[in-house]
Design a protein around this ligand. Structure first.
Ligand SMILES: N[C@@H](CCC(=O)N[C@@H](CS)C(=O)NCC(=O)O)C(=O)O
Length: 209
């Protein structure tokens, strides 16, 4: 297997942290998004969706989408379980993972990609060069703030995002918190539940993946 990665980017880091939790190692190839290497013919042939992460299986198949790659890896190496065991737990974990990605991480991306000069004509990933829309920056920031509220409320109800144990939903939320720093946002002082949880997750060896 081989992982196509870009060390600084949040989505490949989700997969690296997942791999670290499971002790999975594989060759990693950096795709330099800084020089738009994802648009080079070489990489377009590998992933026509021009994004990382992408995983090449031992059979030469290509998988994209962080969560899909993690599902594949969990299938290969079920322990430690990060995606749930019972039907209910699987549903709960995926529910929280999706909510964090769609309501929190996507808001951060909206603010970042519509404001950063390196993303002119690249405000949306993919092969179509969508122009930035400056009006989306404030909306993205508001969505990111709402995401921090959601996170803190949830962590007042449960020790971890999806319940009483560490799962992929914690990985997505932890990486989203790091991504928020790219738009100079973080948990508020009164987000004590989030601070407690961040301290716990940061202490895991996988946090440095
Ligand atoms: N939904 C995809 C998103 C992947 C994604 O957004 N990747 C970013 C890096 S974090 C990327 O490759 N961007 C390329 C670009 O901006 O053109 C996933 O979960 O893997």
């Amino acid at each position: 297997m081989k992982l196509y990665d870009y060390e600084q980017a949040p989505n490949p880091r989700r997969v690296r942290m997942f791999m670290a939790e499971k002790g999975i190692e594989m060759p990693v190839e950096q795709v330099d998004l800084g020089t738009r290497a994802q648009l080079n013919d070489y990489f377009v042939a590998i992933n026509p969706f021009v994004a990382v992460p992408a995983l090449e299986t031992d059979d030469g198949e290509i998988l994209t989408e962080s969560t899909a790659i993690c599902h594949y890896l969990e299938g290969l190496q079920p322990e430690p379980n990060l995606l749930g065991t019972t039907p209910l737990e699987k549903g709960q974990i995926m529910m929280w993972d999706r909510r964090i990605e769609l309501e929190f991480m996507a808001g951060i991306a909206e603010a970042f990609r519509n404001s950063n000069p390196n993303f002119v004509s690249r405000s949306v990933i993919g092969t179509q060069n969508f122009e930035q829309i400056p009006d989306l920056v404030d909306r993205g920031i508001a969505r990111a703030h709402a995401g921090f509220e959601m996170l803190n409320d949830r962590l007042g109800e449960a020790e971890y995002i999806a319940g009483n144990r560490f799962t992929i939903a914690d990985i997505t939320a932890f990486i989203a918190c790091g991504f928020a720093r790219w738009i100079r946002l973080g948990p508020a002082d009164y987000h004590a539940n989030t601070q407690r949880w961040l301290d716990t997750i940061s202490a895991r060896p996988s946090a440095s993946a």
